[in-house]
Design a protein around this ligand. Structure first.
Ligand SMILES: [Zn+2]
Length: 239
């Protein structure tokens, strides 16, 4: 029975190991999530900047077309001024020319301000673009790394499964059935008894039961949590 017990402990070790591997596999994609969320946010901001830049460029192009038209109008106003026959016509043409010049000059100032703003936005876009590229590269690197880790975990999981199958063939069917039933319900099915206390539920077991398990002639059950129990070895006494 001692041999069976040792095999069962080894079986449980493979189950604990498999669970740890599965948890690691589950946690892997979650580690990439914050970076991906940040990337999405930055990409969206970058797109907004680009849209705004494009809209402003369009506005600037419209203004420049208007400025060209205004320049033509000024040329015509100058001709009108030169052709003025009377003082009154001259004064009127002059006023018209002045007004046109003022409007055009105001528009030019406005366009100049917008061009400066466009330059600033362009710099911002370039900086943000750089940031997005860096972050994207980092995430891609992380993904490659994670997929390598995942492959490694997969291999270890397969190896542990094989180890487990081998153990299953060496343990009594009856013990395995008891073990599996409890494992399904409680997760960890086999617990050491240390100084008369079950490590599964921290309850003391009757001294008589303790005497029985010390002899290692049978695999007993904890009266409180119903897990399979065994007397802890010397090195397990300090758990
Ligand atoms: Zn217990």
């Amino acid at each position: 029975m001692k041999k069976q017990l040792l095999l069962l402990i080894a079986l449980q070790d493979t189950d604990i190991k498999r669970l740890a591997i599965q948890n690691k596999m589950k946690a892997l994609p979650e580690k990439l999530l914050p970076g991906k969320i940040e990337l999405n946010k930055l990409e969206s901001l970058l797109q907004d900047d680009r849209d705004r830049y494009e809209q402003t460029q369009q506005w600037r192009r419209d203004q420049e077309t208007t400025l060209e038209r205004e320049e033509e109008a000024i040329k015509r106003a100058k001709v009108k001024l030169q052709e003025s026959a009377s003082t009154r016509d001259y004064a009127a043409a002059n006023r018209e020319l002045e007004t046109k010049r003022r409007i055009m000059s105001e528009r030019e100032d406005e366009v100049l301000k917008v061009v400066e703003a466009l330059d600033a936005t362009k710099t911002l876009i370039e900086e943000r673009d750089e940031l997005v590229s860096t972050l994207r590269e980092r995430i891609e690197e992380d993904e490659v790394e994670h997929s390598a880790v995942l492959n490694e975990l997969n291999d270890t999981f397969k190896a542990t499964n094989q180890e487990r199958d081998t153990l299953l063939n060496t343990i009594d069917q009856e013990i395995i059935s008891r073990y599996e039933r409890i494992r399904e319900k409680l997760g960890i099915a086999l617990m050491p008894i240390v100084h008369g206390t079950c490590k599964g539920c921290y309850m003391n077991i009757p001294p008589q039961l303790n005497n029985i398990i010390v002899q290692q002639q049978s695999i007993e059950t904890c009266p409180s949590c119903h897990r399979l129990i065994y007397a802890a070895e010397e090195d397990e006494q300090n758990i």
